[in-house]
Design a protein around this ligand. Structure first.
Ligand SMILES: Cc1cc2nc3c(=O)[nH]c(=O)nc-3n(C[C@H](O)[C@H](O)[C@H](O)COP(=O)(O)OP(=O)(O)OC[C@H]3O[C@@H](n4cnc5c(N)ncnc54)[C@H](O)[C@@H]3O)c2cc1C
Length: 385
């Protein structure tokens, strides 16, 4: 196992200070290691996640070699040849577990932002004091965007949030964590080969959720009440002005509708599974409030906006992979983790084999099946020699 940094590198280096997991502690489990602390319903801070993963490295006895950067993987014959910062390695099989979120995905608009406006991504952002005083435009209203918008607003800054397609979820539903429902009702176990639209499922933004000791819901209504101004999707920059799409009303009703449909399936499941008495009564939530008027443009040269925070998602980095298995969008071509090149495998990508694939609790089932495939592959190869 080669790791360019330290164990739990992404949690140490690529997250902001206040971040906590959005998955509850009881859901933090890896093969042979479960959360055994006092707050199963709490959410881990970054140092707690790092400790948890370090503990797993010890418990599992995984042969981790840290400080080894893989700079190239090439195929020749029935082998892969790896070039690393510590020398060459040949292997019959390679499992790519390099992560799905190695870099922030920032739209090309960034190049047209006037130089007087500071730009940050979640990889560079640590805490509000880092930003210049004054207004902040946060772009993207998924988990990262809503969390950073709330934190920046609480620091006293005027915050504008540019909202595109998003997934709204309550933190708790009928007294249970919404992720308890997703797990129990079988949503997270839905398999990649049974989904109606796998491409869409793989592209779905993260839900508007935050992990706080209060188990608070963080949605657009909460942000509006805090004084965050909502604008539409950032479509273009013209003459130094940011232009936003209209149609917030439609976007909000779509997200509300999808949430209600999901809650309906939870209610139905509880009834059918005989679990109805175990949970509180069904709840319905206030619709997302549409501002009376929304601005369609913002002059980036006026000094109103001093910084832009791009919370527009993350993407993997395969610049080190010299096997032609990456598509035009920068994603690996694979079928449930079996990459389009014999002997090459992947783990930890969105909906790799199940909806839960990119979450900590999702790796166990996926790894078992991918490794089964890998051992069968090696067995047939052995038959050839
Ligand atoms: C902001 C954010 C919040 C998240 N919150 C949650 C959450 O609340 N709950 C949850 O379950 N999941 C969460 N996730 C998803 C989380 O990323 C996964 O659960 C998990 O960390 C993925 O682990 P991984 O090992 O697949 O990838 P990573 O954690 O990205 O690890 C990949 C490792 O590969 C190393 N690496 C990459 N390229 C190379 C190379 N060329 N050579 C050597 N080493 C290399 C990296 O240094 C890194 O340590 C979150 C993700 C993000 C980005």
């Amino acid at each position: 196992m080669l790791e360019r940094g330290e164990v739990a590198n992404s949690w140490r280096r690529e997250r902001w200070d206040s971040l906590r997991l959005l998955t509850p502690n009881w859901q933090s489990r890896l093969p042979g290691l479960r959360y055994d602390g006092l707050e199963p319903d709490g959410y881990m801070t970054m140092s707690e996640v790092t400790e948890f993963i370090e503990r797993f490295a010890k418990v599992s006895g995984a042969p981790v070699r840290t400080g080894v950067n893989v700079t190239s993987v090439r195929q020749s014959g029935d082998r892969y040849h790896l070039t690393t910062s510590r020398g060459e390695i040949a292997a019959r099989t390679v499992v790519i577990a390099s992560g799905a979120c190695n870099q922030p995905a920032v739209p090309a608009l960034r190049d047209a932002v006037p130089p007087a406006v500071e730009q940050l991504t979640p990889f560079g952002y640590r805490h509000p004091a880092q930003l210049p005083d004054g207004g902040v435009l946060v772009v993207g209203a998924s988990a990262t965007g809503v969390q950073l918008a709330a934190e920046l607003r609480q620091s006293g800054r005027p915050v504008t949030l540019s909202v595109g397609e998003h997934v709204r979820l309550p933190r708790t539903y009928r007294g249970r964590d919404v992720l308890w429902w997703m797990a129990e009702a079988g949503v997270w176990d839905q398999r990649y080969d049974e989904l109606e639209d796998l491409t869409r499922a793989r592209r779905l933004p993260s839900p508007q959720l935050v992990g706080t000791p209060e188990r608070a819901t963080l949605n657009l209504n909460v942000l509006t009440s805090m004084g965050v101004e909502l604008v539409g999707r950032w479509a273009a920059i013209r003459d130094g002005r940011a232009l936003f799409s209209g149609g917030l009303r439609n976007m909000f009703s779509l997200a509300d509708l999808k949430m209600v449909r999901l809650l309906d399936t939870f209610d139905e499941w509880a009834l059918q599974a005989g679990r109805d008495a175990e949970v509180g009564p069904p709840e319905r939530f206030e619709r997302t409030r549409v501002p009376d008027s929304t601005r369609l443009q913002l002059d980036l040269g006026s000094g109103e906006i001093r910084a832009v925070v791009w919370a527009t998602g993350f993407r993997p980095d395969y610049r080190w992979l010299d096997v032609p298995v990456v598509d035009a969008k920068g994603q690996l071509r694979h079928d449930g983790g079996a990459v389009d090149s014999a002997g090459l495998y992947a783990l930890g990508l969105p909906v790799l084999r199940r909806r839960k694939s990119t979450f900590i609790c999702g790796i166990e089932d996926d790894a078992r099946e991918v490794i089964d495939h890998l051992t069968r592959y090696l067995a047939t190869r052995r038959g050839h020699h």
